[in-house]
Design a protein around this ligand. Structure first.
Ligand SMILES: [Zn+2]
Length: 490
């Protein structure tokens, strides 16, 4: 979710044959499926569609897929959204994957980036959770596209050095950040290197903030693809580089949904821009990996950490709150505390119990997504991860371990960034995070009869909506009723 920015101090210049344009779309929807019934609730605001996923598919994912836009742009496709699309609109999902394959066949590199699995603000996550989020995102990508990812989109471009180092350790070579995430002023027409421990490094592309903001928020900017290519793009090239015949990249990074959903018909703007508008005015449309291959980063940069693209307040928007949302945002820190304390207890229980069954519980969790999503058989998962003394006959221990792994899966869901992004607690997004936490409580209760609900409710009483004074505990009690025995008694 990109906030509006306005500036523009670069000189207008004449395009040369060394000018490149990359449009990155961050395609993502938070998970809205009720975790007990697995039903996507009716959303009246999405009328005439039954829910927003359907509405946005009709307005954005499908028309962009049918127009072939995914072959030209750079994109990341959030795992929770992609999984829903794969199941509900397999034709749209297939068209997007095939577009990536065409790009790969043409250039030998991909134009799709992986995404942090649950759109978690990684600087606020534990080291273990950072590893798992990155690992799951990469496994999801491998499942979907059939090869390894080299780029990864960080939720809200939220970054710290540990996060970048975990990306690098897991084979990621590049990501995208906002220009204000650098400590010094940077030239956004070229990528930079960030130094990491033990000689590792990662390439960072800084997007063009005025153009990305214009495409996101200013209707006039995207009225006409030819005007955009002829008038807006050249203005963001550096005269000195043009004169020296140095390559330049204009990177525009936005939420993908603006192309047709937030802004009707912008899927058509995009289609014309990448095929005709940009090439006609001297810009070659390219992916980031292709650009890196031609012109690797040479300059180093230091980053402001933690930081994100939404605003200049570090990652406060998702922790203590910041002035960018109206009202009293103290509910954010109390909600986060409740979820963090629950998660810490869940982690301890997970580690203590599964140390008996799994050779390395955290490594098993990093690879659990393949088992739970059906990409790996139960037999193969246990072959790789069990202690040798666990025999297939010991079904109870296997069952309990898998319940605890599933609880970990839902604890990861409970940190979905959207729950902390908006202004108030009493909204669907925080409610969903609480619902995911309740599912984790249920799984731990079913596995070991351990009640984490009482303490969680105590913590949730301390988080409160400034609009209607409702507490998180009241919201918890309003969640759909579940079958007897699935939760500890209230
Ligand atoms: Zn802010």
């Amino acid at each position: 979710m990109l906030n509006q920015v306005t500036s523009g101090e670069l000189l207008a210049t004449t395009p040369t044959d060394l000018n490149y344009l990359c449009l990155h779309g961050h395609f993502y929807q938070p998970p809205r499926v009720e975790p007990f019934s697995h039903v996507l609730p009716l959303e009246p605001g999405a009328t005439p569609f039954t829910n927003y996923n359907e509405k946005i598919t009709a307005e954005c994912y499908q028309p962009n897929a049918e127009a072939g836009n995914f072959e030209y742009i750079s994109f990341d496709f959030g795992p929770t959204l992609a999984a829903w699309l794969e199941q509900t609109h397999p034709d749209v999902h297939r068209t997007i994957v095939e577009a990536e394959h065409k790009h790969f066949q043409h250039y030998g590199v991909s134009n799709a980036m992986a995404q942090v699995y649950n759109h978690t603000i990684l600087p606020l996550a534990t080291t273990n959770d950072k590893r798992t989020q990155v690992a799951w995102g990469l496994q999801d990508y491998r499942h979907r596209f059939g090869h390894d990812a080299h780029g990864m989109w960080l939720a809200e471009t939220a970054v710290d050095l540990e996060t970048l180092d975990i990306l690098a350790q897991q084979g990621v070579t590049y990501t995208i950040l906002a220009p204000w995430q650098a400590t010094t002023s940077i030239d956004p027409t070229e990528p930079y290197l960030v130094s990491l421990p033990e000689g590792r490094s990662i390439t960072v592309f800084f997007y063009n903030a005025p153009l990305s903001g214009g495409v996101s928020f200013d209707w006039n900017t995207t009225n006409d693809a030819n005007v955009f290519a002829a008038s807006y793009l050249p203005y963001h090239l550096l005269q000195s580089k043009a004169e020296a015949s140095t390559p330049q990249l204009v990177l525009i990074a936005t939420d993908g949904e603006l192309y047709g959903h937030h802004k009707p018909w912008r899927d058509k703007f995009l289609a014309h821009l990448v095929r005709h508008g940009a090439p006609s005015y001297g810009f070659e449309v390219c992916s980031l990996e292709h650009y890196m291959q031609m012109f690797p980063a040479t300059k180093k940069v230091e980053l402001r950490t933690p930081s994100a693209w939404s605003c200049g307040h570090g990652v406060h928007r998702w922790s203590a709150g910041c002035e960018c949302t109206e009202g009293d945002s103290s509910w954010k820190s109390t909600l986060r505390t409740a979820l963090t304390r629950l998660s810490a207890k869940g982690d301890l229980i997970f580690e203590q119990y599964t140390s008996k069954t799994l050779a390395n519980p955290w490594q098993a969790r990093d690879e659990y997504i393949a088992l739970r999503n059906g990409w790996e058989s139960q037999e193969s998962f246990w072959d790789r991860h069990s202690h040798e003394h666990i025999q297939p006959t010991n079904q109870q221990q296997i069952y309990t371990t898998e319940l605890l792994l599933e609880a970990q899966f839902y604890l990861q869901y409970s940190f979905t960034s959207c729950g902390f992004f908006f202004e108030d607690l009493d909204r669907i997004e925080p409610r969903n995070n609480i619902a995911f936490a309740r599912k984790a409580i249920s799984l731990i209760w079913q596995a070991l009869d351990i009640d984490l609900q009482q303490d969680f409710l105590k913590d949730l009483r301390l988080t409160r909506s400034w609009r209607n004074q409702k507490t998180g505990a009241e919201m918890y009690r309003e969640l759909p009723i579940v079958a007897k025995g699935l939760l500890p008694p209230l």
